[in-house]
Design a protein around this ligand. Structure first.
Ligand SMILES: [Ca+2]
Length: 507
């Protein structure tokens, strides 16, 4: 069956299921027909794959996420192809490469005009109730009129004085199709948590951010149980994101983290993360708290009976370097920054306890969720429907993926500074990188999991290197990506960071 035929088939099956559900409500004596699956897409920020026991984590235990893996399928090679907040979120919501959606840097306005067919639009049109809980980071927020090239603190302060609720995204197209909203654009007040609903007025909660959002998710599902309508819910906690400090930690968790941490062998001996491990310990404290919240969520699903017909996905927007290759944070092509967890559970449908080597990228989430739920995928989507891989019917959906970092600063259109621009290819087994200055890197991730031997430095004529040099041209062409310096993209936006054009043309 072709991809389109299959979609139509699933849609028609799903449609008849919905009709059956309606008629069974009338004829109460007939056995109830299962309705379309609910979706919980839970992604923590900066959550490395190897935080989890199931990915070999050694610094914390993650019994609840490990249980999710035992009951679902785990992707060994899920990759955050543009490892920074907003581009990930843009790829999740649109299923498109950042060059096509225009969502290629933090703190810009995601354009519904350029991207009318988003994840929540698709599920909403298919009869789902759609809910966003947590960090949004698809709006320009406090940086809206702060310029495009250099941080301008005076402009940020001036804008904030005139617009105190900078992190509010109003109801309407800017919410990219979500109807229920308990969200905020960006803040790091994990212990003084606040969010917005439909008014530009902060709603404060005494609970730690991740705890609060999980409470909200459970309260929403309780309410939704009474409504005869499936839901698609995204839950996006900001922790474990910097700042990594006692003030931003969940109470009682730092005590659970060992004083002596395991660091990868590619972290220099004298790196500050090794010498002063408090920051990393705080990171793991926040990560441990995420696992406990997944435990609470799963317990609710068990107790309520929702577990059986609810697809749960756990992933992350990118990783955290923690000193590997001398770096912290993200925006680099190395495993610690790009390897994300990806576990999907749907009892009785998705094989339990299975590992797959199939590649999974952020542009694939949208069509994959649609494929699992029988929702039509818009033809604007660049990603691949991996539902057959999730369901154990196919080994993989793609052999390689483009990776990219468009600008050398996460909030401004800069070039060649702390996080120089690069493009790359990830195949699971290999990582190939080309930097804007022409430098190449090639790693065999099986033989050299810490990426310490750059094969491109050995022989410039290595056949594999030649193959990747050729292949990256195809992948860049597919994404309409000319690999320009990061400053070139400033022309895509006006002074309010609204999108004017993408690589496909004017918006
Ligand atoms: Ca992030």
């Amino acid at each position: 069956m072709s991809r389109l035929d299959r979609r139509e088939f699933l849609t028609s099956v799903a449609g008849s299921v919905a009709l059956s559900a309606a008629s069974s409500a009338v004829a109460a004596d007939k056995p109830e027909t299962p309705r379309r699956p609910n979706i919980i897409f839970y992604f923590a920020d900066q959550y490395r794959a190897d935080n989890l026991g199931v990915y070999g984590g050694r610094n914390i235990t993650t019994p609840h996420l490990d249980r999710l893996a035992q009951e679902g399928t785990t992707f060994n090679h899920a990759t955050s192809i543009c490892p920074v907040c907003t581009p990930f979120r843009g790829m999740l919501m649109t299923g498109r490469y950042p060059t096509h959606s225009g969502i290629l840097m933090n703190w810009i306005e995601a354009s519904a005009r350029a991207n009318p067919n988003c994840l929540a639009n698709a599920f909403g049109s298919a009869g789902y109730d759609t809910t966003m809980i947590g960090k949004w980071h698809l709006s320009a927020g406090r940086l809206k009129h702060s310029g495009k090239y250099e941080p301008n603190q005076d402009a940020i302060k001036d804008y904030q004085e005139r617009h105190p609720e900078t992190e509010f995204t109003p109801p309407g197209p800017d919410r990219l199709g979500f109807t229920n909203w308990q969200s905020y654009n960006f803040h790091c007040e994990f212990n003084n948590y606040w969010y917005y609903r439909d008014e530009p007025k902060k709603i404060h909660d005494d609970a730690y951010e991740t705890d609060s959002q999980t409470n909200s998710a459970i309260a929403y599902m309780k309410k939704q149980q009474a409504a005869d309508q499936p839901f698609m819910m995204v839950v996006a906690p900001h922790p474990p994101h910097p700042p990594f400090s006692r003030n931003t930690n969940p109470a009682g968790y730092l005590e659970k983290i060992p004083h002596k941490l395991h660091f990868n062998p590619n972290v220099p001996k004298n790196h500050p993360r090794r010498r002063h491990p408090l920051a990393a310990r705080c990171y793991y404290a926040m990560s441990k708290n995420v696992d406990d919240n997944i435990g609470r969520l799963m317990k609710f699903l068990d107790d309520s009976g929702l577990a059986e017909n609810t697809i749960v996905v756990f992933t992350s927007d990118h990783g955290e370097m923690h000193g590997s290759h001398g770096r912290i944070n993200k925006m680099v092509p190395y495993t610690e920054a790009v390897h994300i967890p990806m576990i999907v559970r749907w009892p009785g449908r998705i094989p339990a306890g299975k590992r797959t080597d199939g590649l999974c990228t952020p542009v694939d989430f949208f069509p994959t969720l649609c494929g699992l739920a029988g929702v039509s995928v818009p033809d604007t989507v660049d990603g691949i429907d991996l539902s057959d891989v999730c369901l154990g019917r196919r080994q993989s959906g793609r052999e390689d993926t483009l990776m990219m970092n468009y600008t050398s600063h996460w909030d401004y259109f800069q070039t060649g500074t702390q996080w120089p621009e690069w493009r790359g290819i990830h195949t699971g087994n290999h990582t190939y990188v080309k930097w804007l200055n022409g430098k190449e890197e090639l790693y065999d991730n099986r033989e050299d999991p810490y990426q310490m031997a750059n094969l491109a430095e050995g022989s410039k004529e290595l056949p594999l290197l030649k193959r990747f040099r050729h292949r990256i041209k195809d992948l860049l062409s597919e994404a309409h990506d000319d690999f320009p310096p990061g400053t070139a993209y400033a022309d895509w936006f006006d002074d309010g960071r609204n999108l004017l054009r993408t690589s496909l043309g004017p918006v």
